[in-house]
Design a protein around this ligand. Structure first.
Ligand SMILES: *Cc1c(COP(=O)(O)O)cnc(C)c1O
Length: 234
């Protein structure tokens, strides 16, 4: 994707988000954009930052660390870039993730949460955490079961160097808008149950390039978009 298109793609994406919010009767700022920059080069990220985009999602740690270092002096509309780790977690990645990211959206078991808590550097604010839920019950390996959420949420919320902010899911891909909405509704209900139980959650990360309208209709507060922004990945 030529970077000249980034401007147009970002504008069109904001239009899609605002249109979906209006259709759902939600405020125009209720859903933010996480630009998924995995497999994209640092200059493309810097270009988006110059257009005001500050939040970026990465799935592959080594690649992300190189980009984060290369872009450490870049700001977006005067604020530093905000890096979200959205990929599969292993214990041996936790030290670098805890040191270089401000959000981790893919926590699905207590062991990695405890490690992130233990390794979060003392000079940084608590690490923002989303619990990844496997809502479609497919073969996908990542994500905790909806049934295990209350126990996992309670344990994560008790860790002082983590701040539990909400839930994330990647439902099975489908072209059927009703099926898309059904899956997103399940996540929204799970989030509401935790809020009702007393957790102050404010972030519901759901919706990608092909299903963000359905996610916004069901209450998404953050869509994670790669392809519709940067073009197809290599
Ligand atoms: C790659 C990825 C996305 C972006 O998907 P697109 O279809 O390219 O918009 C969103 N979330 C996660 C967790 C991803 O790994």
């Amino acid at each position: 994707m030529m970077s000249a298109n980034l401007n147009t793609n970002l504008r069109q994406l904001h239009e899609r988000i605002v249109h979906a919010l209006a259709k759902a009767g939600r405020p125009a700022t209720a859903t933010t954009l996480l630009a998924v920059s995995k497999h994209q080069a640092a200059p493309a990220v810097a270009h988006l930052a110059s257009l005001g985009q500050s939040a970026f999602g990465e799935s592959y740690l080594q690649e992300a660390l190189v980009k984060i270092a290369a872009l450490s002096n870049v700001t977006a509309a005067g604020t530093p870039l905000e890096w979200h780790f959205i990929g599969p977690l292993q214990s041996n990645k936790c030290r670098d993730i805890a040191a270089h990211f401000s959000w981790v959206e893919s926590v699905d078991r207590l062991k990695v949460a405890e490690r992130l808590n233990q390794l979060r550097p003392a000079h940084l604010p608590p690490l923002n955490i989303l619990l990844q839920v496997n809502i479609s019950k497919e073969q996908r390996k990542s994500g905790c079961t909806p049934q295990s959420l209350p126990t996992l949420a309670a344990a994560v919320a008790a860790l002082p160097r983590l701040q539990l902010r909400g839930l994330m899911a990647i439902p099975a891909a489908t072209d059927d808008p009703l099926k898309q909405r059904h899956a997103f509704r399940e996540l929204a209900i799970a989030q509401q149950q935790l809020i009702d139980a007393g957790y102050p959650l404010d972030t519901l990360s759901m919706g990608m390039s092909d299903d963000l309208e359905a996610a916004i209709a069901e209450g998404s507060t953050q869509v994670r978009v790669g392809t519709a922004l940067f073009g197809a990945r290599d």
